[in-house]
Design a binder for this molecule. Structure first.
Ligand code: FAD
Ligand code: DHB
Length: 389
């Protein structure tokens, strides 16, 4: 088998790249080790930056997003028993965010790929990548009982943090930067109308909580927990109790409903540089991870593949490698900004331990962000996505 671009991983990065290449008339094959149902049901991010929405629209996969996505112009920060509104759009030159589940983005991309009759292979096994520093890199894998080899011009490693592409780069090439946090998030999807019109990020002495949503009937809520938390210790009653405690305000209560899904996510910051080795280009979680507090993971994955697609299009149309040579640096500028913002939001909002000095610094920072125009604007422009990087 032969293609122009071999794409490993059918998450947001791989599927979006495949779509952008299709629009530009470049062939690709996408291979994914899980089944379609699993990929479409994996509940993860829910906040799309305006730039992400615009890109999906240009790629012709935003029809349902435009109908069902919920545009938000602000968020709330809650601490010390008070809820403060941060008017994102007012602060960030009219830009906004759209609440729309990653699951729905992925479903639209898969449907578009299959409707175009282009190769997207689920449930592949034993993926390995070879000859990365030659002009004919190869992907080997098994599919439906057959052992296959795909010869490519370039390979996009879009296989997430635990994928095979990054570890296939010879040792000594990559430099990695990492930070682990001593907490995680327990997330639930609940069948109840959201009790709030905009997201609430709550700092509380019992731990952080976040109120988000997926639709007028579905709420998505999170509470800070231990990174290795045993979900079995969290009955539905205990989850609601913690959410009520951490987000409750005089005169306002959180409406409860049946919990449809719950899970624990660990938190880490991670960057591997450069995002390229020979003809292998890493994109999305395969190259970097942010803690979810800044809502950046999915948006960064999309921004990486936008840059990669443009570079590949330039290479195929003019032979110029300038874009491909600059790919890693161009992505990393935005990635490190998002790494800082996500670390900062995480450090400001979570219970870090029992040190009263830390707690006072956090409160001071929260008061500053909710009272100073300059500080609020800085949060807002990062949250909606910087346009200057
Ligand atoms: P992924 O979505 O991880 O996609 C990689 C794909 O590659 C997967 O489909 C995987 O099955 C496939 N794959 C892996 N190995 C192989 C292989 N060997 N061969 C073939 N295919 C392979 N971000 C937020 O902003 N907010 C959130 O609330 C949030 N919650 C999250 C919860 C969890 C549990 C996780 C893991 C991430 C969360 N994120 C969140 C981050 C966000 O979802 C990711 O940044 C985003 O999914 C990155 O997209 P991606 O395509 O780079 O990687
Ligand atoms: C959601 C996830 C986030 O990480 C975040 O910062 C805001 C919202 C969500 O799943 O809706």
């Amino acid at each position: 088998m032969r293609t122009q671009v071999g794409i490993v991983g059918a998450g947001p990065a791989g599927l979006t790249l495949a779509r952008l290449l299709e629009v530009a008339g470049i062939e690709s094959v996408v291979i994914e080790n899980r089944d379609r149902d699993y990929v479409e049901r994996r509940i993860r991010a829910g906040v799309l930056e305006q730039g992400t929405v615009e890109l999906l629209r240009e790629a012709g996969v935003a029809e349902r997003l435009d109908r069902e996505g919920i545009v938000h112009h602000g968020i709330h920060l809650q601490f010390d028993g008070e809820r403060h509104h941060v008017p994102l759009s007012e602060l960030a030159d009219g830009r906004s965010i759209t609440i729309y589940g990653q699951t729905e983005v992925v479903k639209a991309l898969i449907a578009a790929r299959l409707a175009s009759g282009l190769p997207l292979l689920f449930e592949v096994d034993g993926v390995s990548v070879h000859d990365l520093d030659t002009e004919r890199p190869r992907i080997r894998f098994a599919h439906e009982g057959a052992q296959l080899e795909l010869e490519c011009d370039a390979i996009a490693g879009c296989d997430g943090f635990h994928g095979v592409c990054r570890p296939s780069i010879p040792s000594g090439v990559l430099r990695s930067f990492e930070r682990e946090y001593p907490f995680g998030w327990l997330g639930i999807l609940a069948q109840v109308a959201p009790s709030i019109d905009e997201l609430v990020y709550a700092h509380h002495e019992s731990g952080f909580a976040l109120l988000s949503l997926r639709s007028p009937e579905l709420s998505r809520y999170y509470v800070q927990c231990r990174p290795d938390e045993d979900i079995g210790e969290w009955s539905d009653e205990r989850i609601w109790e913690e959410l009520q405690l951490r987000t409750g305000l005089a005169g306002w209560t959180l409406d409860e409903g049946p919990i449809l899904e719950k899970g624990v996510t660990g938190m880490r910051s991670f960057v591997a540089e450069p995002m390229r080795y020979g003809r292998l280009y890493l994109a999305g979680d395969a190259a970097h991870i942010v803690p979810p507090t800044g809502a950046k993971g999915l948006n960064l994955a999309v921004s990486d593949v936008r840059i990669l697609a443009e570079a590949l299009v330039a290479w195929y149309s003019t032979g110029s490698t300038t874009g491909l040579d600059g790919y890693s640096d161009a992505c990393l500028r935005r990635i490190w900004r998002a790494e800082h913002f996500s670390w900062w939001m995480t450090s400001m909002l979570h219970k870090l331990g029992d040190d009263p000095f830390d707690a006072q610094l956090q409160l001071s920072q929260l008061r500053y962000v909710t009272s100073s125009y300059a500080a609020a604007r800085s949060l807002a422009e990062n949250y909606v996505g910087l346009t200057t990087l």
